[in-house]
Design a protein around this ligand. Structure first.
Ligand SMILES: Cc1ncc(COP(=O)(O)O)c(C=O)c1O
Length: 376
């Protein structure tokens, strides 16, 4: 759950940057990210599970270095993601789970890591078969075989995950698990609809364990994917322990945190380019784009109420591009009576900025990507 308070280090960086605004900027506190990874490293020991970083969730060499030092490895989608990881991955696991499987699987082992390939669909089998040496492989299961989609349902009139093989396709699964000479290792499930609770992971785990028993295969590994930021952090140890209890002791339990790694550790700074009252609200354009700079973030303006700011005003914040949909959100900000809370030329800081925004940070429409500052 994203915290709307930011660390004193982020606050200081925002204050310093406000003295000479150099365009829309995303800030991340690497110490906060490191501290979170250290807590996960502790949980690996106390709960008996492993965390591999979803590489897509924060495309930055410094963050990858921290994950390589503190976590058990990475989950990647393809060779491009793999090649951005640290050069030496000895002692770490790299798993691959993607709707498009890389064609050369051996290239995903060249940095000394152990490799685990999860098949997302039967049509990926030829790529596994083409691998020269035997590869440890698993099968991604559709999470909706075991739990309903969460609050962020797909807009398609379809209530299943588009990823993985449905657990009801028992014949397909039986054929896939028997793919000699490659060795079946286990199942992968990622429930990516948002709002995962501890119960969701328990249900996924139980479903996978029962399915393995039905197929008569050994479940050496069970990877329950990401989405852990849906669980309030103080509840995470207990929630993970309950998942551990639902899985046989001999099964390695893996999670792939993504958004959790940077939750609460990111902020942004924007300049208000225009502010005009319209239909009872103040409509503002910022130099920070929701669509291109803040992908998968939940920006929340940081404006503390003060004694003078006794009034409240609804503001609508838009990005600088030509898109009608470049919208950061509608917020109620404190204001001094008779004055607007924002004016052109003022700076506005945000909490709730995710590492995913760094991965997707782009220019568009002549507007450059946001500057990214990683605070050591
Ligand atoms: C396969 C897989 N694992 C892990 C993650 C990370 O998810 P989250 O950022 O919700 O933790 C994702 C995100 O898309 C994913 O697709």
């Amino acid at each position: 759950v994203l915290s709307h308070r930011i660390s004193p280090r982020l606050e200081l960086a925002l204050r310093e940057a406000a003295n000479g605004h150099r365009g829309p900027t995303l800030f991340f506190d690497l110490q906060a990210i490191r501290a979170r990874m250290l807590r996960l490293a502790d949980l690996q020991q106390s709960v008996g599970c492993r965390f591999v970083m979803a590489a897509k969730a924060f495309r930055a060499p410094r963050v990858y270095e921290l994950a390589a030092e503190l976590l058990a490895g990475f989950d990647v989608s393809n060779l491009n993601e793999y090649e951005e990881l640290p050069g030496d991955l000895r002692g770490l696991r790299v798993s691959v789970s993607a709707p498009v499987l890389p064609s050369d699987l051996s290239a995903l082992q060249k940095r000394g890591n152990a490799l685990l390939v999860y098949l997302d669909a039967p049509d990926q089998l030829p790529r596994l078969r083409a691998a020269g040496a035997p590869v440890a492989f698993g099968i991604r299961l559709a999470s909706t075989s075991f739990v309903a989609p969460g609050p962020r349902r797909p807009s398609a009139p379809w209530q299943e995950s588009r990823f993985g093989v449905a657990a009801r396709d028992v014949e397909t699964l039986a054929a896939l698990t028997a793919c000699a000479p490659h060795r079946f290792a286990g199942f992968h499930l990622h429930h990516g609809f948002g709002g995962n609770t501890g119960e969701v992971y328990v249900e996924l785990a139980r479903g996978a364990v029962e399915l393995a028993a039905k197929l008569g295969v050994e479940l050496r590994v069970l990877d329950l994917g990401g989405g852990l930021h849906g669980i309030p952090e103080p509840e995470l140890p207990g929630a993970l322990a309950r998942v551990r209890e639902a899985v046989p002791a001999a099964t390695e339990l893996v999670f792939e945190p993504g958004a959790l790694l940077s939750a609460g550790a990111g902020a942004a700074l924007a300049r208000v380019e225009s502010a005009q009252p319209r239909d009872g609200a103040l409509v503002c354009t910022l130099d920070l784009s929701a669509a291109w700079h803040l992908r998968w973030s939940d920006p929340v303006p940081l404006r503390a109420p003060t004694a003078q700011a006794s009034a409240r005003r609804r503001v609508l914040l838009f990005g600088p591009t030509c898109s009608e949909h470049d919208f950061l959100g509608a917020f109620t900000l404190p204001a001094e009576p008779g004055r607007e809370p924002l004016a052109a030329g003022e700076l506005l800081a945000f909490a709730g900025i995710s590492g995913y925004s760094v991965s997707c940070n782009a220019g568009f429409n002549g507007i450059p990507p946001a500057r990214v500052v990683l605070l050591e």
